[in-house]
Design a protein around this ligand. Structure first.
Ligand code: C2E
Ligand code: MG
Ligand code: MG
Length: 803
């Protein structure tokens, strides 16, 4: 017989003849239960969140595995029936238990902490040592009525099977992540333990010897078996319970994590080697598919397309597109990827957050649209118009063609807006925009610059200026049609200014400025017309600019002078005051009249220092007169809207020492209109200083009567256009008469301006006019010529000879 067969025969004989089969079965079951539980515990070690937790798992695994091996041995020993009395020495028995527990803890601990085959082999070797040591130390505590002899060959075989089985169990179980792995690992380890035990038992030959003393046993073998089996089962159940509870907690926290992930607004997807492992609800919704259908798909090729990215390289932030599985259109997305576990040959485990960019994109588009278009009419706005105009200039210049810029200003827009409200104004603007868009053929285009200003750029419309003249005539016609709004026909109309490339300008800016000047002319020469740009317009504007520039230094250069024109009592011709009228003594142009530079000063804001200079000069001059005559100073609308006006006047009065009641400020009613409230506030403050306020040019404004009602003027000055027509036009005569009687009934003194003839003076006096002013009394003249009126020397009062 070969030695192998001898071993099998010996072991089988031992098992069959010398063991209680039922107890052997119990031992095997206890062993398998323990080993399976040990592998379940082992699977937890790797996931332990801390070193302490991992240590606890290692100890628990060692305890369960060690106790199981020990119990297997113990029960199997009880199943070993030789007919002789047996007993167990407590020290060896206990030591074997401890050794089993310690080595098994070491074995599983090593396998869990050292990656790959090395850990498994180390663990297997420790298992082999533990199982063998447990068995043979346990056997050394076994006492029976005889002498034991050992077949050392079989001992060696049993031990090597212990080592091989230990290593094998760890290899088949691998990480013991799944139930089959845990069962398989448990089974192989059980076989290893049973092999060590039963082959070890086969190696024993007992020669009975009654002289060997066996201590009396307190418990029966059956009771012992049941007790050991029970205790070990409890330990195994404890270990199993721990795994299950922890698994439950894990499952709960997993469910919580999933709920959290599902609540996330962003899509979250987990991949390994680009294959989808899991996804949250948001990702499923984006991908138009269920998790089950998504799992296993390749993220970077089946679902996402990244710009300039190969395969599964998704770490970091990327933009791309997502192709939903349900065939709906692609979704722009942004992905943030992070490797959470470098997986070696299995591929990296990654988490990707996928953000739907549709809303952001559409918001961006909206912003871009708003930035480029006029919100109300949808036409291109000023910025886009300028860009497109410059592009068009570039194109036509290379093609040696012309283009036209047509500036459009609506004629009755402001009235309609004031009269019918902003909604009516909006309706007009949208309707005008619609008409322009219909009239203009691409590549020509229309734009709204703001307010009621529009621009049409005519590109490739044919030879110029014919093409733009034709287009402008058409535009005038279609823009003259009334706009219906709320069952009314609102009158509209337009004025147009045209400039041509390259004749009138070679840049967008230049062409627009030229068209704008032409528009100004079109409006001046009666509305509802178009006007081409001409060189002279440019010269006119240039001239104004030069004047504005020169005016800037005029005050400091003391080029401004005041002339004074007397105001006399109509009744007896007694001079009662003077009006200060500014002149510009220009070094090359000579004396410039205020009407030629006051508007320029108003446009450039220079009117403020200029006006202040006039006030200071006039007050200072008047303060030096012997007689306390009044001094009238004209205020510009710009000054009247300055919040600091009253303070400035106050300061000047203090500075010059002029009594406030001697100062008379003249304002025109149109000056009040821009900001009625602020102008009235200013007038009230001035009046509170004790200064008199006169309404200048009465009758030329918009609603003279209502202006009179809103503020208690100290004087009304009838405009010279009425006075010069006294006796020439009945209407003018009637108006002057009416104003004089109005003044009487309101108890406001009335001054007639521009009185040039004795007849006019006679008429005014017969109509009880209060004061007169004009060439018939005296022309505006320099200060030094006034002494006859202002000084006390000649006679108390100088009267004007009106006869
Ligand atoms: P205004 O305040 O109505 O001044 C009267 C204008 O009529 C003066 O013209 C005066 O020379 C002129 N005038 C006086 N009597 C007669 C007359 O009998 N016949 C005719 N045809 N004209 C007469 P001026 O000095 O050219 O001033 C024109 C306007 O310029 C003034 O009209 C006033 O509105 C403005 N202005 C003059 N000086 C100043 C000033 O210092 N500040 C401001 N803001 N405006 C001023
Ligand atoms: Mg005046
Ligand atoms: Mg006047």
């Amino acid at each position: 017989m070969s030695s192998g067969l001898v071993i099998v025969f010996k072991v089988l004989t031992c098992l069959v003849a010398e063991h209680d089969h039922r107890l052997v079965l119990v031992a095997a079951m206890v062993c398998f239960g323990g080993c399976f539980t040990a592998f379940k515990l082992y699977s937890r070690m790797r996931d332990a969140s801390s070193r302490g937790m991992r240590m606890a798992w290692v100890l628990l695994t060692g305890l369960v595995a060690g106790c199981s091996i020990w119990a297997t041995h113990f029960i199997a020993m009880l199943a070993y029936t030789t007919g002789l009395r047996v007993g167990f020495l407590p020290t060896g028995t206990l030591a074997s238990l401890l050794i089993a527990a310690v080595f098994m803890a070491g074995a599983f601990g090593a396998a869990a902490s050292v990656r790959g085959a090395a850990g498994k082999i180390a663990g297997g070797v420790l298992t082999g040592i533990g199982v063998s040591a447990m068995h043979y130390i346990g056997m050394s505590a076994y006492v029976t009525e005889g002498v034991m002899s050992w077949d050392l060959g079989l001992v060696a075989v049993s031990m090597s099977l212990g080592f091989a089985g230990g290593v094998g169990a760890l290899f088949v179980a691998d990480q013991a992540r799944t139930l089959p792995r845990q069962l398989l690992g448990g089974l192989v380890l059980t076989l290893a333990i049973c092999s060590v035990h039963f082959i070890g038992m086969g190696a024993i030959t007992i020669t009975p010897d009654p002289s060997v003393d066996v201590p009396a046993q307190l418990l029966s073998s059956v009771m012992m078996t049941v007790s050991v089996a029970l205790i070990v089962s409890l330990i195994i159940l404890g270990g199993l319970g721990a795994v299950l509870i922890e698994g439950g907690v894990n499952a709960q926290s997993l469910a919580r994590t999933r709920r959290l992930a599902d609540a996330a607004y962003e899509g979250i997807v987990v991949t390994r080697a680009d294959r989808i492992q899991d996804a949250n609800a948001a990702f499923c919704a984006l991908a138009g598919s269920s998790v089950a259908d998504l799992i296993g798909l390749r993220l970077a090729s089946d679902i996402l397309t990244f710009d300039a990215v190969e395969g599964g390289v998704l770490d970091g932030r990327r933009e791309g597109r997502l192709r939903p599985r349900d065939g709906s259109s692609e979704i722009p997305i942004e992905a943030f990827g992070r490797v959470i576990e470098a997986g070696g040959d299995q591929g990296d485990l990654m988490v990707l957050a996928i953000r739907d960019l549709r809303e952001r994109r559409s918001a961006e588009e909206k912003i871009r649209y708003l930035a480029e278009h006029d919100g109300l009419t949808g036409l291109a706005n000023r910025n886009v118009m300028q860009t497109r105009l410059n592009q068009a200039i570039g194109q036509v210049s290379t093609a040696d063609e012309q283009l036209a810029v047509i500036c459009i200003d609506l004629d009755h827009f402001k009235e309609a807006n004031d009269l019918h409200g902003h909604l009516a104004g909006d309706a007009i603007l949208t309707e005008i925009a619609r008409r322009l868009q219909r009239a203009v053929v691409a590549p020509s285009f229309a734009a709204r610059l703001g307010g009621d200003e529009f621009v049409v750029v005519q590109i490739g419309g044919g030879p110029q200026p014919t093409a733009s003249a034709e287009l402008s005539a058409t535009l005038l016609e279609i823009l003259a049609q009334p706009v219906s709004y709320a069952d009314q026909d609102l009158p509209v109309g337009a004025s147009l200014g045209i400039s041509l490339y390259p004749d009138d300008g070679t840049t967008g800016e230049g062409l627009l400025a030229a068209a704008d000047m032409a528009l100004y002319r079109a409006k001046e020469g009666g509305r509802g017309a178009y006007c081409f740009f001409k060189r002279e317009m440019d010269e006119n504007i240039r001239e104004r600019r030069t004047l504005a520039r020169e005016l800037r230094t005029a005050i400091a250069a003391e080029e401004l002078v005041l002339h004074y024109q007397p105001l006399a009592r109509a009744e007896d011709g007694e001079v009662c005051g003077f009006e200060a009228l500014v002149r510009w003594n220009h070094p090359t142009r000579g004396m410039v009249a205020p009407l030629d530079f006051i508007p320029i000063a108003e446009e450039s804001g220079l009117i403020l220092p200029l006006g202040e200079w006039v006030l200071r000069r006039a007050c200072a001059d008047a303060a030096n007169w012997d007689k306390p005559l009044r001094i009238a100073v004209n205020l510009s609308p710009v000054q009247l809207h300055q919040t600091t006006l009253a303070a400035t006047v106050h300061e000047i009065l203090l500075e010059t020492g002029l009594a406030p009641r001697r100062l008379e400020l003249e304002v025109t009613e149109s000056a009040l209109f821009k900001d009625y409230q602020r102008a009235l506030d200013n007038l009230r403050r001035l009046k509170a200083l004790g200064v008199r306020i006169a309404m200048d040019d009465f009758g030329t404004g918009f609603s003279s009567l209502s202006t009179l009602q809103s503020f208690p003027f100290d004087k009304i000055k009838i405009d010279k256009s009425f006075v010069e027509n006294i006796h020439r036009h009945d209407r003018a005569t009637a108006i002057v008469r009416a104003v004089l009687s109005l003044g009487r009934s309101l108890e406001i003194p009335v001054t007639a301006e521009g009185v040039e003839t004795a007849e006019q003076l006679e008429f005014l006096r017969s109509e009880a006019c209060t004061e007169v002013q004009g060439y018939a009394i005296g022309r505006p003249a320099p200060l030094h010529t006034l002494s006859d009126w202002t000084d006390e020397i000649i006679e108390p009062v100088r009267k004007v000879d009106v006869a």
